[in-house]
Design a protein around this ligand. Structure first.
Ligand code: NDP
Ligand code: ZN
Length: 379
C-alpha cells in the first residue's frame, strides 16, 4: 500500500452501517489544509467503543454524517486515539510543534479557539467543536479518523506526548483516559483540597473504566469498582481498586456502601443492566453521579425521583477533556508509572475487523491498540 500523501490519505472506511465490522481500505481527500492545521503520520491508534456506535449509526436516527459531506469522501473512517509524528505544519501554527515530533490526537479535532469556553480550558464544550471523525467542519467536510495513514487536525487539539510512555500505551489515554480523568479530577478536587481522601465508584470495567480505576488511585482516591459479574474482580484489584462489587450477583451492597461516595463515574456503554437507584443511594449528600458512558440513542436512564430526594444527589455527564487536562494526565501516568492494559492488533482490514468484532462482544482486556501503521501504509 502506498499513499499519495498529501493529496490523499488512506484509511479503513464504511459507507453503510451494515458494514460496521468490515471497514475496507479506501483512499480519500483530506479536508482543505488550514493555516493552523497539523498533519500527523499515524503510528498507532486505540479502539474506543464510541467507534462502534458511530459505525453502526446507533447515536443517530438519521443517516451516516459522511453522506452529506460537501466535498471529500462519502465514506466514514473512525479512530480517535491517534499517536504519530508531525509531517506538515500550517503557516500560522503558533504552539511550537515541530516537524517529526511525536504527538497525539484524541476525539476532538477542532474548536473555535476564541469563545469563553475555549479560553477557559473547556474547549471540549466549544459550540463549534469538530470531533475527530463523523463531524462537520464549517466548510462542509465531514471529519475522518485515525484508522488511517494520516489525520489532519487543528494545532490546538494536537497533544505533545512526553517521553517515558510508549505509543501504544499512551494512545488510549487520549480519548478513554482523558474522558475519565476530567470528571474525576473536577469531581474530587474539593475533597482533596480539604486534605481528605475521596472515595470514587467506577461503574463498567471496560476501556474507560479500567483507566478510571488507575487514574482515580493516582489522584489519591479510594476506589470501588462496579461490574455486572465477578469475572473482572481479580483484574480490577490488580489495577488498584480497593473493593469490587458485582452488581448482578452480590447482595446488599447498596446498604453496605451507604453514604460512601464522593463521586460515582459511570463508564458503562449501556443502561440495560445499570442499577441506578442503588448506585445513586451510595453517594454522600449533594454529590454527583457522572455518566461518561453514552448508550444507544434509544436507551434511557431508569431512576426513581425519590432516590435523589434521599441524598440530594445529582446525575450528569461529561464530554472528553481539555488539552491541558490531557497534558496533566500524561504527566500523571509517567509520574505514577501506570498505563492502560493494552492488547495490540496489527492494522489491516483483518485487524480492524477483529478489533471491532471483539470489542462489540466485550472480548477485550481492556483496550485494543491497532499498531504497525508505518509498515502497512509504507509511510
Ligand atoms: P467498553 O466496551 O470497553 O466498556 C464498556 C463497559 O460497559 C463493559 O466493559 C461493561 O462493563 C459495561 N457494559 C456493557 N454492556 C452493559 C450493559 N448492557 N449494561 C451495563 N453495563 C454494560 O467501552 P469503552 O470503555 O470504550 O466506552 C464506554 C462508554 O463511554 C461508551 O458508551 C462510549 O461511547 C463512551 N465514551 C464517552 C465519551 C465521553 O466523552 N463522554 C468518550 C469516550 C467514550 P462490566 O463488564 O464491568 O459490567
Ligand atoms: Zn473514544
Amino acid at each position: 500500500t502506498t499513499v499519495n500523501y498529501p493529496e490523499e490519505f488512506k484509511g479503513f472506511a464504511i459507507s453503510d452501517p451494515s458494514e460496521w465490522s468490515n471497514p475496507k481500505l479506501t483512499s480519500y481527500q483530506p479536508k482543505n489544509f488550514g493555516p493552523r492545521d497539523v498533519d500527523i503520520e499515524i503510528e498507532c491508534c486505540g479502539v474506543c467503543a464510541s467507534e462502534l456506535f458511530t459505525l453502526k449509526n446507533e447515536w443517530s436516527h438519521g443517516e451516516l454524517a459522511c453522506l452529506s459531506s460537501t466535498y471529500g469522501p462519502k465514506t466514514q473512517c473512525v479512530g480517535h486515539e491517534v499517536v504519530g509524528k508531525v509531517v506538515k505544519l500550517g503557516s500560522e501554527v503558533e504552539s511550537g510543534l515541530k516537524l517529526g515530533q511525536r504527538v497525539g490526537l484524541g476525539a476532538q479535532a477542532s474548536s473555535c479557539a476564541d469563545c469563553s469556553r475555549c479560553k477557559s480550558g473547556n474547549e471540549q464544550y466549544c459550540p463549534k467543536i469538530v470531533t475527530t471523525y463523523a463531524s462537520r467542519y464549517e466548510d462542509g467536510y465531514i471529519s475522518q479518523g485515525g484508522y488511517a495513514s494520516h489525520v489532519r487536525a487543528h494545532e490546538n487539539l494536537v497533544f505533545p506526548i512526553p517521553d517515558g510512555i510508549e505509543s501504544h500505551l499512551v494512545a488510549p489515554l487520549q480519548c478513554g483516559g482523558l474522558t475519565v480523568y476530567s470528571p474525576i479530577k473536577r469531581g474530587i478536587e474539593d475533597v482533596l483540597a480539604k486534605g481528605e481522601k475521596p472515595t470514587v465508584g467506577v461503574i463498567g470495567i471496560g476501556g474507560l473504566g479500567h483507566m478510571a480505576i488507575m487514574i482515580a488511585k493516582a489522584l489519591g482516591a479510594k476506589v470501588v469498582a462496579f461490574s455486572r459479574s465477578n469475572a473482572k474482580k481479580e483484574d480490577a484489584i490488580k489495577m488498584g481498586a480497593d473493593e469490587f462489587v458485582a452488581t448482578g450477583s452480590d447482595e446488599g451492597w447498596e446498604k453496605k456502601l451507604f453514604d460512601q461516595f464522593d463521586l460515582m463515574l459511570n463508564c458503562a456503554s449501556s443502561t440495560t443492566s445499570l442499577p441506578l437507584d442503588g448506585l445513586l443511594s451510595t453517594l454522600k449528600v449533594n454529590r454527583q453521579f457522572v455518566s461518561v458512558g453514552l448508550p444507544h440513542i434509544d436507551e434511557k436512564f431508569d431512576v426513581n425521583p425519590f432516590t435523589f430526594f434521599s441524598n440530594g444527589s445529582t446525575i450528569g455527564s461529561s464530554c472528553l477533556g481539555s488539552k491541558q487536562e490531557a497534558i496533566e494526565l500524561f504527566d500523571l501516568a509517567v509520574k505514577h508509572n501506570f498505563s492502560p492494559w493494552v492488547e495490540t492488533i496489527k492494522v489491516g482490514e483483518e485487524g480492524v475487523s477483529e478489533a471491532l468484532t471483539r470489542l462489540d462482544k466485550g472480548d477485550v482486556r481492556y483496550r485494543f491498540t491497532l499498531v504497525g501503521f508505518n509498515e502497512f501504509f509504507g509511510t
